[in-house]
Design a protein around this ligand. Structure first.
Ligand code: SF4
Length: 394
């Protein structure tokens, strides 16, 4: 049965980490209040705004089998405001029999009463931004918590009844060494999370640290960043270590114990419907993509004026859908089904893609077995290069 994922963006943080390239910000109480009220209003008015934009109401009729509160740091909104959002969601969407319900959290952002409330409210998965278990590294990027606070947070989450915890780690932080990275991996595994995400610090102008590196500056401890070679070593170290600990890599950045793969994130890689609400939230109905006004201030202003926050709505061309099929689908270690190309996009598309796959297979970047095309593990670190081939050539 077709289902929908529901994404709620709560874009506030207690402080801004130097490596972060998300559009989250530190805001006053009043702005958080107004944004959460706007969120409730948006959920209530979705059918009208979808109709105005020509989006099929079908998306809102599908049962939701994953709900994801992301951000930002959603617990900062507090239980009262979040409960109002949950209430609006319950009125707007049907629920599937089983729902993966995730909330992102930062150690220290939620206390025991909050965690107990969250578990009672049906949230059954926490995605915890641990990032590192070395206090020097945490302090260098402006995290407000220590490694011990992460351990304590996990302990409290378990006590509150959470049986599905994911820890995020990031490689490439200032002062990180291979030895300290191994410590972080071992510390994360010692907490026995069901899921681990490993990200590599990206140098881009969207984060303060990335921007500093691009400008050859020295702020944000840019000079203490490890070398580029470190990234490849850290990534391979993480893959090998987590495999030994029983975590299967099911996506380029994601590892889980059996049965604990993220249902919500899989929807993105498999191009399944997702309805997003909140500032900057993205949505997809199978053919069209759109997003909400990115800044919380713009988003609030539009909704308070009674205007739809939806922008950049576009129907993907057949070729764009085919490109997405590969560059999203190949992220999963299970890869994509080759025959789906002919079935969905026709013989000509199949021939074009066949040529690209043959070439990438000869370069040992892809494999093709049992009807599925997969990225070779050796190609994970150069996956963008592979995806580029599908963008340029399809
Ligand atoms: S807590 Fe998360 S979302 Fe907020 S600034 Fe840090 S990395 Fe970004």
């Amino acid at each position: 049965m077709e289902t929908v994922g529901i994404y709620i963006q709560v874009p506030f943080c207690a402080s801004k980490c130097s490596f972060c390239n998300f559009s989250s910000s530190v805001e006053r109480r009043e702005a958080i209040d107004r944004t959460l009220s706007a969120l409730v209003e948006e959920i209530q008015r979705l059918p009208g705004w979808y109709a105005d934009e020509g989006i099929s109401p079908h998306l809102l009729a599908l049962p939701g089998d994953s709900i994801y509160f992301g951000g930002g740091t959603p617990p900062l909104a507090g239980p009262t405001r979040l409960a109002r959002v949950l209430d609006a969601l319950a009125r707007r969407f049907q629920r599937a029999d089983s729902v993966e319900f995730t909330m992102e959290a930062t150690p220290g952002s939620a206390d025991e009463p909050f965690l107990e409330w969250a578990a009672r409210a049906g949230i059954n998965r926490l995605s915890i931004g641990a990032q590192s278990f070395v206090d020097l590294e945490l302090g260098a990027v402006g995290r407000l918590h220590s490694a011990d606070q992460t351990r304590e947070f996990v302990r409290q989450a378990r006590l509150a009844g959470f049986k599905n915890l994911s820890l995020d780690l990031i490689a490439g932080l200032p002062h990180q060494t291979l030895a300290s990275w191994r410590d972080s991996l071992a510390s994360a595994a010692a907490l026995q999370p069901e899921h681990v995400s490993v990200y590599l610090f990206e140098v881009d102008e969207k984060s303060r640290l990335g921007n500093e590196v691009l400008r050859h500056g020295t702020r944000y401890q840019a000079l203490a960043l490890p070398s580029e070679d470190f990234m490849a070593d850290a990534y391979e170290e993480a893959r090998a270590f987590l495999a030994r600990e029983g975590y299967a890599q099911y996506e380029i950045s994601n590892f889980s114990l059996p049965g604990f793969e993220s249902r919500h994130n899989r929807k993105y890689w498999r191009r399944e419907p997702v309805a997003g609400v909140g500032p900057g939230a993205h949505s997809f109905d199978g053919e069209r993509r759109w997003e909400n006004a990115t800044s919380a201030a713009d988003y609030r202003m539009k909704i308070e004026r009674g205007d739809s926050p939806i922008q950049k709505l576009r129907r993907l061309t057949d070729m764009e859908q085919l490109e997405e099929f590969f560059f999203l689908g190949l992220r999963e270690s299970a890869g994509v089904e080759f025959q789906a190309v002919g079935r969905r996009w026709g013989r000509e598309a199949e021939k074009t893609v066949e040529r690209i796959i043959r070439e990438l297979t000869a370069r040992h970047l892809l494999t093709r077995e049992n009807g599925r095309v997969r990225l070779r593990a050796e190609a994970y670190l150069v996956s963008n290069e592979v995806f580029q081939e599908f963008l340029l050539n399809v």
